[in-house]
Design a protein around this ligand. Structure first.
Ligand code: HEM
Ligand code: HEM
Length: 222
């Protein structure tokens, strides 16, 4: 029997980004539907800084974070799904070829939500910082897309949690590595980069967003 060792597979930024994103989306859902717009904007700016960093980390980050390492052709994804349906090996280092499509879909959905939010208005006093540069009709259209797209995000989250549960039932626990960062592997650990670099990028982007758009709403929070 080949022995396994616990190797790092998710760096601190990917893990922090993931769980902070979960909390942010929950907070944005609550504040968006309750009309708590100052909090909604503040959390959205934080998520924007996280997502922009994740996109940069997808180019310069750890092997498991890099898009070129996990985004595969649709046929590879289908072959993978057929193989695991037949009971083949499902454990993978990093995202599997099918899961990669979920990651890309999530990022596109969140980017759409953040972009439309910047142009949205609540018909009362709050509007995204870019709404003033477009016509009232375009701002209303962006607001409608913002509401509709959120339902797509909820659908994607449901599918995501179902998929993770199916893996769990197949005795492939993906959740623990997303918390501890480590996974038992027989060989070939992925090349990891220091997540602190990504956190530094988040701080830089966050400061830029803060001084451009967020200073005023943050001052109103308390
Ligand atoms: C707001 C809800 C959620 C969103 C938007 C979300 C989004 C994402 C994204 C974008 C990734 C890819 C991470 C990356 O490469 O940077 C991911 C991975 C992952 N998520 Fe979530 N997630 C959500 C909720 C959850 C929940 C509740 C769980 C636990 C049950 C979970 C477990 C995981 C796991 C285990 C992975 C790694 C999958 C793998 O090994 O390929 N997620 N999620
Ligand atoms: C991923 C990030 C975001 C999520 C998940 C989110 C979610 C939501 C939700 C669920 C609503 C309630 C929609 C409804 O009325 O049915 C909402 C409303 C709103 N959001 Fe966001 N939002 C995000 C980003 C943003 C950003 C970046 C801004 C602007 C800086 C923004 C500005 C607004 C405004 C002005 C409304 C009120 C629209 C209305 O009254 O219909 N949102 N958002």
């Amino acid at each position: 029997m080949t022995s396994t060792t616990h190797y790092p597979v998710w760096d601190s930024f990917i893990r922090g980004y993931h769980w902070l994103q979960v909390m942010s989306v929950a907070g944005l859902w609550y504040t968006g539907t309750e009309g708590l717009m100052d909090w909604h904007f503040a959390i959205a700016y934080f998520l924007l800084a996280l997502l922009l960093t994740r996109l940069i980390w997808g180019v310069i980050g750890s092997e498991t974070a890099q898009f070129r390492h996990f985004v595969r052709s649709p046929s590879t994804a289908l072959q993978y799904l057929t193989a695991i349906r037949r009971g083949g090996e499902s454990s993978n280092v990093g995202h599997n070829p099918a899961g990669a499509y979920m990651v890309v879909a999530f990022m596109l959905l969140l980017a759409t939500q953040l972009t439309t939010g910047l142009f949205a208005n609540d018909d009362i006093i709050s509007e995204g910082p870019l709404a003033q540069y477009v016509s009232g009709e375009l701002s209303s259209l962006m607001t409608s897309i913002h509401a509709i797209n959120f339902n797509l995000i909820l659908g994607a989250i449901a599918l995501h949690v179902i998929a993770i549960t199916v893996y769990l039932l197949r005795k492939d626990n993906l959740i623990t590595p997303m918390i501890t960062g480590k996974k038992a592997l027989k060989a070939n650990p992925p090349k990891m980069h220091n997540g602190l670099v990504a956190w530094g990028i988040t701080a830089a982007i966050g400061s830029l967003i803060y001084f451009t758009w967020a200073e005023e709403v943050v001052a109103y929070l308390w």
